[in-house]
Write a protein that binds this ligand. Structure first.
Ligand SMILES: CC(C)(COP(=O)(O)OP(=O)(O)OC[C@H]1O[C@@H](n2cnc3c(N)ncnc32)[C@H](O)[C@@H]1OP(=O)(O)O)[C@@H](O)C(=O)NCCC(=O)NCCS
Length: 168
């Protein structure tokens, strides 16, 4: 019987044993830039880190958290990265869907993410999965000032970054 190969991607919680392979993937996915370092720290510190496996091999990572705002809980997608040899096979999408399900289980009303303007792959990933770009001015119209500031701090917003939002 033919099996859809996307069904062979298994997503599970990270364990400490995954850290060496996570570091290795981060170095290749972020090409040794500063993010390759921070993504490994983030994997340990995030409220929840999920890994995607194919054939029992870790090939992708997503680091997420719930941010408590006065308007209610929000999901924040931190680092998401996939082994370059396994990109464009739906692994990023599967990790994102897992994160959104986690957010919904925890009662979050929306998912938020940040990308740099040069990161076309990440922008397409979010847009293809129903995320909409929110400009800074709009963010401050959507949320009370204190909430907007807290969210920007949690996302480590840097001038020019692209903010993405998806209601859940
Ligand atoms: C962003 C990233 C996680 C996407 O992971 P992925 O497993 O390739 O994502 P998917 O296969 O689910 O792709 C979903 C869609 O995103 C778009 N996309 C993904 N990679 C792309 C690329 N290199 N160029 C253009 N579009 C791309 C496509 O529209 C794709 O759908 P399609 O293949 O059906 O056309 C991956 O490119 C990556 O690890 N990049 C380096 C790390 C990074 O920059 N992370 C994001 C910031 S934390």
């Amino acid at each position: 019987m033919l099996m859809e190969w996307k069904n062979l991607i298994v997503v599970r919680r990270m364990t400490r044993n995954d850290l060496p392979i996570i570091a290795e993937i981060a170095h290749r996915a972020f090409r040794n830039g500063p993010d390759s370092y921070w993504a490994v720290i983030g994997a340990k510190r995030a409220q929840r880190t999920f890994v995607a496996e194919m054939n029992n091999k870790v090939v992708g990572v997503i680091e997420i958290e719930i941010v408590n705002l006065s308007v209610g809980r929000q999901g924040h997608v931190g680092y998401i990265f996939v082994d370059p040899n396994y990109q464009r096979r739906g692994i990023g999408t599967k990790l994102l869907i897992t994160a959104e399900n986690f957010f919904k289980e925890k009662g979050a009303k929306a998912s938020w993410a940040l990308t740099s303007p040069e990161n076309i792959a990440a922008q397409r990933l979010f847009e293809k999965n129903g995320y909409r770009r929110v400009f800074l001015k709009e963010l401050f119209q959507m949320l009370p000032v204190k909430d907007a500031e807290k969210l920007l701090r949690r996302m480590v917003y840097w001038e020019g970054d692209i903010i993405y939002h998806k209601p859940l």
